[in-house]
Design a protein around this ligand. Sequence first.
Ligand SMILES: Cc1ncc(COP(=O)(O)O)c(C=O)c1O
Length: 1001
Amino acid sequence: MDNIETEKIYWAQVVSDRWNLSGQYKILNSEFDFNFELIQSNGSKFIVKIMRLDCEKSFLDAQVSILEFLKKDQSELPIPKIIKSVSGNSYELAADLNNYERIIWVLEKIEGIMLSNVSPISKNLMLDLGKKVASLDLASKKFTADIDPPSNKWDLTKPLWIRDNIPEILDPELELIINEILDDFLNISDRLNHLPHYWIHNDLNDQNLLVGFLSNGQAFLSGILDFGDLSKSPTICNVAICSAYLLILPGIGLNLQLEFLRGYHSINPISEEELDILFTLIITRLAVSYVNSSIMAKDKPDDPYVIISQRDSKNFLWHMVKGKNFFTARFRNICDLPPVKGGSEVIEYLNQGKVGFHPIIRQPLKDAKIISLDLESIIPIDPHSITQSEAINLTGRSELESQRSINLGKYLEPRLIYTAEDFRLGAGKNSDRRTIHLGIDVFAPLGTEIFTPLEGDVIHSEFCDKPLDYGGFVVIEHRTPNGISFFSLFGHLDPKSLRFKVGERLGKGDLIGKIGSASVNGGWEPHLHLQLALGLGQENNWPGVCNPDDIKFWSQYCPNPATLLGINPGAITFRKIDKNHLIQNRIKSFAGNLKLSYKDPILIMRGFKNYLFDESGRCYLDFYNNVPHVGHSHPRIASLVNKQLRLINSNTRYLHPSQKKLSENLLSKFPSSFEVVFLVNSGSEANELALRLAKTYTGNKDFVTFDHGYHGNTNAAIEVSPYKFKKPNGIGKQDWVHVIDCPNEFRDVDPRYQITKILNDIQAQGRSLGGFISETFPSVAGQIIPQPGILQHIYEEVKVAGGVCIADEVQTGLGRLGGYYFGFEQQKILPDIVVLGKPIGNGHPIGAVVTTQEIAKAFNNGIEFFSTFGGSDLSCLIANEVLEIVDDEMLGENAKQMGSFLEKGLVALKLGSSLIGDVRGMGLFWGVEIIRNFETKEPGTSEANYICNRLRDKRILVGLEGPYENILKIRPPLSLIHDDVKIFLSAFADVLEESYLRNGT
Ligand SMILES: Cc1ncc(COP(=O)(O)O)c(C=O)c1O
């Protein structure tokens, strides 16, 4: 038996004697102590801690004292509960195997994984962390016991010990930075010492924070561990320590740390005084941490890990130190203060306009037209790539008009015109992008002179010559009468017209420069970009547009410059569509069973190809919508609609060449037995009509269909849709409807024997068959491709029994399957009636029923068939255009190629994941079945839901399908490209690695 096993047995006996606890022991990693996990037979879990040899009792007394106080004061705090021994002690002393005295204590185990191991670290989790740390601090304020823990090097009020150890650091540049940080600390130490001191946790690092998961995958802070570094300090030190570790965690970044601050502030408000010193405390803690690890690494000078981490820390610390004002501005903003001290005074000063601004341009602006460049403006046509001609004609005015009139562009407007790389905050098209305009545009003639509204010093002047950049750019620093600085920014000037030097003072009304032409202003229609800023740009970066996620900060950091122009700020500010308002209205005005997709529904304002754009211009990869078959907002369809609605859009009681065009084109895609086309408005209407055709033709009503199928929302369509009628409050099965299992290779379901039985039963009852209706590839049932031969067999039996076979190809038709134009071709079957819907109109409502002359003739029984909108001139033209685009752009071929790339990726993911049970599909019609267990194939419904919502968070839209809603449904527009498949596969791979899926369920 090895030593550790002997120890385990020994200590298990001690714990059993002193605590009367026994069970399975598991050894836990620990640097100095012996830690075990004890699991009792009833499932209760404990942590047994055998403290290191030299552990002082005062160390334990302090922890026990505060933990017991906090637990008593606020039992819901996620901190460990101490289990008392049989003698009522919080810890016990016992001799170890070598007869040395050790301290032992037992804690209730808190379930969770370390924050450092959690992925993703979400905003919600950070908010929860902030709230719980704040609650801990509030409770700790009441803890006044006289404790005396040993002093420790992590006391943030006393970091100066590291100065003496700086020579230990290998890198002299790092030494310089650390000295700078300590000097900064000395500047705030008085203020820090004047704040009230309490016993605080003092080591809220990512290894001491545990995270748990709710059943829907939402992460929460489940534990705050290790009170061993307690120190009597202001509570802002706890905030700083936790922030420091969050900022260096890979994948956290400032935005998540800010969410922690927001949560904290909402429970234990952070004062302006505390915010003033927060940044310095954060970097001081980082400095202490880096020096400490360098001291520890001294023993291993050649360890490459240590050298790399020094280089990384140097870069990181530099970045932090240089960003001090900026970080502080962000902290202030998240805690509901103006981002810059004195910011409100600047706004007041500007709003009062007492100063009397000098006009920025000579022309009056009072009657200038305010234009829109937002998501409803259709500029640019391709939201990922503005063309030169679009950029030089943003206002859409003629040259003459632009000489005569001034147009103004809005403040805080979301725009898709910023398509250059520099506006992008990630590699993929769906990554974050800066879209929100932070200034006002003044579209005035080329060469218009621009004057300073107020006196000030030119602090920055640059020629930003990249496409879609500022061109000639100037920043002027002004001051309020009380000496508070603020800045005005002037972009798109002609660099040659800037005649001053940086540092020069300009008087009120002095000429700054002239509006530049597209060749020197970034390629835009001539205009001035005017912006205000309360603080300096970060590292001389002065963004004119921001990420919509950061709008709260930027709109305060760069307030509306309207008053500088003497125009009404309200009129020139973009009015954002309020998503919550829309949701509320929807709840009020629409039936509750009209569901919205995703936990966080999406408001979509634009679409292009496979991309969707929300109200702020965030881009989503559309892997779900099959209706925009040839891509969202296809320009050919858009211009056709535009033209036709100016000509005529009438109905099928009149002749129009579009009818011939469509019917001929459509029939050319079918086997020769199909000769007649009926045009309606939707898939539901088409199925309704198909059932009528079949019933009229056969004179029989009985229909067979697959389980879980869906054919639309009309009465008859619902009656043959088990997906609807079988639901708890559904209409139930009609006696003329006969349901057979849906084929499913993965779950080994083959309904062939059922069809024979049902047909025999119908016959035995003296009835005859109307027919069989199914999706050729059942989609709602879970993106199924029937095993070869099954549909052939069913069709054969149905036809022999005198029934009609209806193929619902609403989801599968028109080239989606790659090698096949329709699903029935792949299944080697010949339907009598084919139903088309969704994709054929690319978003315009149109459905079609295609059938044989024989069936159509039987239906022509003297009763007129008419659908007012079905087959309108416009519908016919659009449907025909869709068919032509599929051919012209070889979208079937593209579906085949992208499909096979997608398949390879999905199959590779399946090999590496215990959650993917099946990958099935063809072309761009795919299902990924999520399961919990390979043996039982237990459906992973909550896991699939989690994946779907996480992909949505990563701005990739897929759906959920199948009887257990555990099948990811992938059905993108056929214009999909390789890069997007790659992004999807890599995002999916990342989600599969996330903590909830690996540990949380
Ligand atoms: C296979 C199938 N058939 C018919 C329909 C009904 O089409 P619509 O909603 O256009 O009426 C749908 C709609 O989801 C469908 O998926």
